[in-house]
Design a protein around this ligand. Sequence first.
Ligand code: ACO
Length: 425
Amino acid sequence: MSSAKLTYNGKEYEYPVIVGTENEAGIDFTQLRAQTGAITFDPGYGNTGSCKSAVTFIDGDAGILRYRGYPIEQLASASRFSEVCYLLIYGKLPNATELNEWRRLLTQNSFIHESMINLFDHYPPTAHPMAILSAMVASLSTFHPDSNNEDQLDTTIVRLLAKAKTLAAFTYKKTRGEPIVYPIAANSYAANFLYMMFSTPAEPYVISPVIENALNMLLVLHADHEQNCSTSTVRMVGSSGANLYASISAGISGLWGPLHGGANQEVIEMLERIVADGCDYKKYITMAKDKNSNFRLMGFGHRVYKNFDPRAKLLKEACDQVLKEMGVKEPLLEVAKHLEEVALRDDFFIERRLYPNVDFYSGIIYRALGIPTNMFTVMFAIGRMPGWIAQWREMRAEFGNKIHRPRQIYIGEKERHYVPVEKRK
Ligand code: ACO
């Protein structure tokens, strides 16, 4: 095993180097504070490994993404979302019997407690669906109070996965003031979601294979992405011993922000703004480069991918194919392509290695499927559910009851004395 040496205050210390399956190296500083009294300082965690994980591998320089060793390209083109959920959570692909049973459980658990439906009625129609989803997922723990029992874990997992799509579809229905539609047994995961979203009592939604496959692929592409903001949140909250529903509810909130999953909504709003402004791409590129403007090219850049995001590449191809198969003409796709072209030729983006990320093209497909813009991040959350669960489960197995608790460098006032402005009665 190799090691790294550190000299601090005139003394030399040696730390082991951990090497992963794909040769990424990390210096193990777990004894640093005990030995030196100092801590590592890495705000934003750009250089910090918070865990060892066997779930997902990313090589940001080479544009590689693999779930449990399987390349994302292969899974996106041929797998079903339910199968990928099983793979991520249990570490292996299910055989035919396991898959059938898994699918049966996912359908059987799709329904939510009838009393829960009342909760939806008390949100204003303008409520953002991410707020409702986060609250509803946390609320599941009140209807299933056994969720933190170790022997109930598999049931909790399947319940959460199955109910997530129902909660999302009911949120949509309630914000539109339409009656909710229950899932049906014969449908796949993606098809049931579409069925609950778009059926009405007068007309059941007829699911076209093109639409079902497109949604399936989107869910697969979003299923995990190792230690990002929302996933680290799920692990952090879960490390306190919080139940799965509470931990994932926190992850949903982490995903909501515009720098993370909320970017997919922002991309479409940005593209619409550019169209409304006469398609002046250059003006928006200039704004994105201007440090005095708050504007960023949404759907561009990534903390890890410094070459290209393989998901964006797949989605760009899928946009063309899905829109063609559906016979949809989407002016925003042309705008997005032009914007990408202009940005990728611009020195500012080249020097900073800023490429389109998963959110740049996903919204265009969601729009074609009829999903409203404010539901885009909810779609991301449904897709990311198996990844969050897999990471939470792995964290529990590895850390047991050890709480995550970073340190800080305090830069506030030194001790000072309190002088009351008035006398206490
Ligand atoms: N538009 C313009 N400039 C950008 C962009 C962008 N989208 N992204 C990064 N930059 C610039 C920064 O201004 C900075 O420039 P500087 O070095 O001159 O100061 C440099 O590139 C590095 O950017 P950071 O913000 O330091 O990079 P970081 O790794 O912290 O952030 C992030 C990554 C948040 C994704 C960022 O690229 C961004 O804000 N992108 C737009 C939002 C977005 O699309 N988010 C979705 C990410 S994918 C996901 O979460 C699913």
